[in-house]
Ligand binder design. Structure first.
Ligand code: MG
Length: 347
């Protein structure tokens, strides 16, 4: 298979603020795998939080070119193992390469991925729409920008958490999901905040305490009237049994797990352990978000909204209508190139 790749810029509609970072624009990588005249597409969103970097990603991409030269796409599980062995610490790169491989396979079989896996898209839960951290005044405005989204996800983990929630509640009574992004440090204080959030039509709390604080999270869970969802704490299926007593569910993202196949495994492991599954995303275009949406029929919650946070999405794929996910009925991932940025299309 012939691999080529290029970086491209994403610009956000609003500066993206969470408790840890603030981002206005970002660089993702587009990868293409070509074989027998068919091209599969994949996207990599580098995650610094997990020790990834553009330099390491570029080095690995050059190495991957040689690894794919003799690869047989039909032995895709061998390729997944080969990627894990060669790039153990670059999950987002593995996700991009495997995404392109599965896009290729779906196109070669002339089947959308959800059909390959026997899934019914009408079973997908509705997605939330995320609003980044901002001043209460701007939060009010941002809520008004998305009147049709039935579930909002808001980022907390700062001193004025209550003020932010009150600002949102002044504008809407829609259910809210809260993502703390490891921002709370103390179990008692976190429990008090959750008790209050419970009175505000909040559905669950994501990653309240820092990853690695499992004993504290277990204590918090015993005090919490709301379900706790692990995000930064859980990357692959191997992490799930360890965290099962401390959380009620997990947030699965392609860029953390290393791809669709591992994400599928994670869904089954989580459900076997009685955990809920949320399907989320990083700061990605329609390409990676649509890829993840093919697994949505197996999820309990969806937060697939990143493509709506950027300006000039270079791809068209998943549509979201009042939170309902509408998957394209095209082979593979099913995204189409819009041709709005400098990315060249070699098909
Ligand atoms: Mg999160």
């Amino acid at each position: 298979m012939k691999l080529d790749y290029e970086p491209f810029e994403l610009e956000f509609r609003h500066t993206w603020n969470i408790s840890r970072i603030s981002i206005q624009a970002d660089t993702n990588y587009l990868v293409r795998l070509e074989h027998t005249g068919i091209t599969g597409y994949g996207e990599c969103c580098i995650v610094e939080r997990y020790g990834e970097s553009a330099q390491a990603t570029e080095r690995a991409l050059a190495q991957a070119r040689a690894l794919f030269a003799d690869a047989d796409p039909w032995r895709y599980l061998d390729i997944e193992n080969m990627l894990r062995a060669n790039f153990p610490s670059l999950a987002s790169l593995r996700a991009a390469l495997e995404m392109a491989l599965l896009d290729w396979l779906g196109k070669a079989l002339n089947l959308p991925l959800f059909k390959m896996w026997g899934l019914n898209p009408s079973h997908s839960p509705r997605s939330s729409f995320s609003i980044g951290l901002d001043t209460p005044e701007n939060m009010r405005k941002k809520v008004l920008e998305v009147p049709d989204d039935p579930i909002l996800k808001i980022k907390l983990g700062v001193d004025n958490d209550r003020e932010i929630v009150r600002a949102v509640r002044e504008m809407t009574d829609r259910p809210i999901r809260v993502d703390v992004n490891e921002g709370w440090k103390n179990v008692t204080a976190a429990a008090e905040r959750i008790q209050w959030l419970h009175t505000q039509n909040v559905e669950f709390v994501e990653q309240p305490l820092p990853a690695g604080k499992l004993a504290e999270t277990e204590k918090l869970r015993a005090l919490s009237p709301l379900p706790l969802i692990a995000d930064e704490e859980v990357h692959t299926s191997k992490d799930i049994p360890r965290i099962a007593g401390a959380y009620d569910g997990i947030n699965i993202k392609l860029m953390k797990s290393g791809g669709l196949l591992e994400s599928l495994r994670m869904i089954h492991v989580a459900h076997a352990l009685g955990l809920k599954v949320m399907l989320g995303c990083m700061l990605e275009t329609s390409l990676a978000v649509t890829a993840a949406a093919h697994l949505a029929p197996l999820a309990d919650y969806c937060d697939l909204d990143a493509h709506r946070l950027i300006i000039d999405d270079p791809f068209q794929g998943l549509e979201v209508e009042k939170g309902r996910l509408i998957l394209p009925d095209r082979p593979g991932i099913g995204v189409e190139w819009r041709g709005k940025t400098a990315i060249t299309d070699n098909q």
